[in-house]
Structure formats: structure tokens, C-alpha cells
Ligand binder design. Sequence first.
Ligand SMILES: [Zn+2]
Ligand SMILES: [Zn+2]
Length: 760
Amino acid sequence: MLLAFQLLSGSFSNHLFTDTQRFVIASSSQFLRVAVPTPLRRVFDYLPVVGVDAPVAGTRIRVPFGRRQVIGILLGFAESSSWPEKQLKPALEYLDSEPLFSAELFQALLWASDYYQHPVGDTFATALPKLIRTGSPIEPPAKIRYRALPPEQGLASQLARAPRQLELLENLTHSGPLTMAEIREAGFDRALLKQLEDKGLTEAILADRSEEKPGPDVTVAASSVRPNAEQISALAAITHELGFQCSLLDGVTGSGKTEVYMQAIAKVLEAGKQCLLLVPEIGLTPQNLRRFEQRFNCPVVAMHSAMTDRERLLAWRAARSGWAPIVIGTRSAVFLPLANPGIIIIDEEHDASFKQQEGLRYSARDFAVKRAQLENIPVVLGSATPSFESLNNALAGKFQHLKLSQRAGPASAPKISLIDMASEPVKEGISEALSVKIDKHLQQGNQVLLFINRRGYAPVLQCNSCGWHCECRHCNASMTVHASPPSLRCHHCEARTNIPSHCPNCQSDKISTMGAGTQKLEQFLDKQYRPVPVFRIDRDSTRGREAFAQLTDKINQGEPSVLLGTQMLAKGHHFPNVTLVAILDADIGLFSPDFRGQEQMIQTIVQVAGRAGRANKMGEVVIQTRYAKHPGLNSLITQSYEQCAKSLLQERQLSHMPPFTHLCLLRIESSVAQQGVRFARQCFETAFHLQQQEQQIELIGPLPAPMERKAGRFRFQLHIKSASRPRLQRFLQALVVTIEGGRTPSQVRWSLDVDAQDLL
Ligand SMILES: [Zn+2]
Ligand SMILES: [Zn+2]
């Protein structure tokens, strides 16, 4: 096992590559080193398949594993094995004649396994679509097609009495070779084709894959927008000719970041290369794709979580073969192989959806930067509210800092004010002062956007007689009341129950809801402002692929209306008729137990505020709070995002928190509390022992997680911090080997979260 770890350490790549450009090809080497999809942190040795040419690294290989057969990835070759040769089994089959990945992407994946301390087999499995993992061919198989043969004299005239056969023959002559499926589509059947074949008028051929789909002709539509001075200098700075370079495109909302992406993409396409654009999970709307298709007049391949396995396979192939010039996808698209990589762009780079929270806990942003470095291409991180990590890298000069400080076009920045809810009459979470403003904006024929990050009808169901309130049976959290269908739901484990008619504690029927979520507010606003329509936009109202698009279409017809929604409203959508934006409850984020709470709060407020006055109408932003003197909130009114971020960064530096130190969480979960506690203590002792051998490692814990119980599991954490990345990596590696080498009780699960994004 130790040997396996040496392999995965920093010197790993030296075992595999003579240089970074080339895969090593086996010559006299005896053993195959295979990444098998298991939770075990090691590689496995196999003997080669007898009588078959040795494969190259990066290909799939079918091997026996226990009683099963599995498909692994060949990592390389070894002259010797730590296992006796007699115990090694021969591999069963080589699936590919060429590697799945470029040498650079292959190396980036090995880096990810090492950096995130994640089993190498599972790292590769995470990076591949399911159908490739289970053995589908890299290339679509060549298809049998049927073509018309030039008729010998007189034969065609025989068909005078067989008009259908003649029709099919003419069809084939005009359209070129067709597959059976296409022949059926045109209204013919196999029997008819057989008759033509028997007469020697058609023949079957195996079509070369170049005939499958012609490569697209990329033509770039000229932009109707003339870039302003800042956009021009940003574009000049993003040059794909110079190889790797990381740029932070730091542009206020409405400053035209997308136009910069588009023009940067155009340059890369003109050079015959591919573009990979990553967007947050809910940013990938059909309109967004259409926008790119129209501009570049070429197919845009999408990759996201709502696609079927088959669709993902096709997208993977289209990206890998180079057929797709533009690939747009969510987090996991960062692993797509590209035949001619030209640029990687990450839109809304601060978005939490770029960090995977289970399995391989990778950050797509960080992986993209590493990958771009290995592929030697530019990477652009764009945001109006850059993550503190990226901002700090830009301020330190590690990233190129490109600023767009002006709104593009006629729109000007909205003015922001606070409403002190402690000194105002408040009805259903809406203060009188806000209510007056809503009336005014609606009367002027404009739209109003109200933001509250709380979906459902009400956050709490309580008994007015005894004070009972409904908690989830599996989590330390209240059940949320939902109106349609009427139910109580836990937003942390998806548990559902019916709403009780009597208090389960004292049998009283005086049960009521407390607080308001989007559904309750929708009812209230509808009554208050009828006939002005109220559009609710949250995860419940936008289920289904097209629901969100239909809602935004209605909103963009421009009639006066009230938009009410959660986080979904904050993300990059354009509502030109919104002139008033109100954040109904800024206090939710103010006292978060997470050290990133304030960062996320100011990002959300700035993003939501950015929805106001985006066309040529002046906008206004209102923040409701019970803590009107809070310095963080007040600085948002008088200062820019960057100024606020800088002062919060100073606090982080003083308290030794990321990005000034590296933070890793060892998470422990157990269905039995006692076992969890005991195991967490053991892990701490192990870590404490290892800490004596490595300097600059700080340990905190074991602590109960802020949400101690979730989905029926008790949760504990150990925080591991270090200002030195190499030391931290060494320490984590030793820790993981020791924990994995010991006994883990069956009810206990543990995981390591390197660069953890949230502490909950
Ligand atoms: Zn009660
Ligand atoms: Zn729950």
C-alpha cells in the first residue's frame, strides 16, 4: 500500500512520462499499473494480456477484480511489482488503441487525485461519462449504409413495374449512401431494399466516420455592440498566442463580460481551436446556448447534470474529436477532453456550484487553472463579485487583473439604501417604507424584484400553546412548511411529512406558521398588488427544463410586475424593466457560523442589486435589516465590492483563514453517535501524532459540525490548516494512509475535503 502512495506523490509523473508531451509506450516492461474504480487509495498491478500488443497509458483495460470484472485506466508500466508475480492476474482485454485523454489532461487528473487525496481509480471514474466507464467505444462505430449502383443497361427499365423500388433507388442516387434507419425514415422498408440488392442495383458499404457528420463551418457573426475602452483592453490582454495565463475578469454587473468572452472565443475559433466555457449550474439555460449558436453559427455542445447518459457520451465524443468548436457546461465539463484546446472560461467563478461536495471534492475553477497551465492555454475567470481566493491572487499579481468598472451601454449604477426594520411597521416581512417604494415603481410602469433566500411557505411550524416546533427527525433543522402540495419538508435531507392538525406534544389545535418563505409572500403580494402579476422564481416553481425560460420570457414582455425569488434570481439574468430591487432579509447571512458567511452575503447582495436598472432606466436598491448599524452592510452602501472584500480579506489574514492559509476538513459521519465520537478522537490522535513530525500544521477539533445531525447521521470535523501547501499535502497523505490502514467501524464514514468551501 505504501508503494502505491509513493506512486501518487509528487514524483509520480516521472514514472510515467519521459516528457510531458508523450505517453510512455511499453517495451520490455512486464507489469501493467492500473487505476481501478474502487475507494482504495492505491493502484493495482496486472500481467499483460498474452499475445496482444502492449497498450498505451491512458487507455481502458478490463481486469479481474475480486470476483468481478471491472474497467480501469492503464496508468503506466513497471519493471517490478511489490506483489509476488504468482499472485498477479493477467488483464483480460485492452479496450482502446489510443488514450482517452491528451497527455496534459491525463496529468491534470493525476494531479487532482494527489491534490484532493482521492483514490486515483475513482478520480478517473469521476472524469468520464458513465457509458465510457462501462465500455462504449471512444468513436461512434462505423455504420452500414446502402448506396445505389450505376444500373446496367435495361435493368432500370425492369423497375417500371416496381414503382416503389424505383422510388427508393432514385432516393439513394440523390441522397448518397443511407443507413437502414434513414431508409425507414424516408418511408421504405428492408424488403424493398432486399429486392434492389438482389437485382444488383444497390450494395452495402461500411461508411467511414468522416461521413457521419461533416465538421461545422464556423462563421463568426459580427458583434452589434461596439466594445468600450475597458473591454478593448481586456480583450487585448487575453491572448491565446502566449500560452498559459490566468486572468481575473473583474467586471461590475452589466459591464459586458459576456461580450468579452464572445470576442475572446471568436479569436480562438479563428485560430481553429476549441473553447470550453464553464457556467454555474443554473446558468445553463437554452437561451444562453442559443445566444452562442447564433453568434458563431456553429453547433454548441452542452454538458450538464440534466442530460441522459447517451447525451453525455455524444457530448464527450464531440469535444474529444474536436468536432465541437464550443463546449458549454457545468462543473464536470471541466474534465471533457478537447482535441484542440484553445481557451477555458469560467463565468461567475465565485459560484459555489463549481465545488463538488461529495466523492472527489474538487473545485472546477482550481482544476481548470491547473489544466490550462498543463495544456498551455489561457484561462479566464469572470465575475462581478470575485471569490476572495481569486481576488487575492489578482491583488498579489498571480492572476492578470482585468477590470470592467463601467456598465456597458447607457445604464448607470443603481443607488443603494438601507431600511431599518426595527423602527418600521412590517407586514409579512415587508416594511412600510419598502411598500411605498414598490407602489411608486409599479405606478411608473416598471418591474420590482424582491429577493428572499428562503423557499417554501414558511420556515417554521409551531404550536402556540406549548411552544413545540416541528424539527426534522433526521437533522438538526426545522421542517419547512410547503403550500403546494401541503406538506412539511426538510431542505437538508428531503424528508417529507403531512402537516399535523394537532400539536403532537400537547394535542392543541393552535398550530401556526412563523416567518415567511417565497410561497407565503407570493400569496400576500398577489392580494396586495392585484391585478399586477407576481412571478415567483425558486427551485419549486422552475422544475422542468423549460419552466424557467417560460417565466423569464413572460417577465421580459415588460409589463409592470413583481418578481419574487431566491438565489436563482441573483445569477446573471437580465431583466431590463426592473428598476427596484429589494433584499427582504439581509440578516440571514449576517451571523453565519461559516467564515465565508459575510463573503457570500456581500456577493449575493451585489449580484441581486446588479439586476436593477440594466437597460436605460435608473435603478434603486433597498436592503431591509434589523441591524442597520452593521459595518459590513454600511460599507456596501458607501464602498465598492472590492473595497469591502479587501477589508474582509484583512480580517481573514489576521485570523489565519483562507486564502491566507490552506484549510482542509476531515469529516466524520456515523449513524451511531458514540462510534462517531470515538472515531473522531482516534483520528485526532493520529493527526496529533503526525503533527509532531511536520511543522506548520495547525489542528482544531474534533468538533461537532455546525449542523450536528443531518440525514440521520451524527457529524464531526477536524480542521487542518497550514500556510504551506507542500507541508499540508505531505501531512494529509500520511494521515490518509494511516486512517485507511486502520479499522473503520462499519457505521462510520470519513472523507477529506481539501480547500473546503463550507464548514457546515
Ligand atoms: Zn403544543
Ligand atoms: Zn432532514
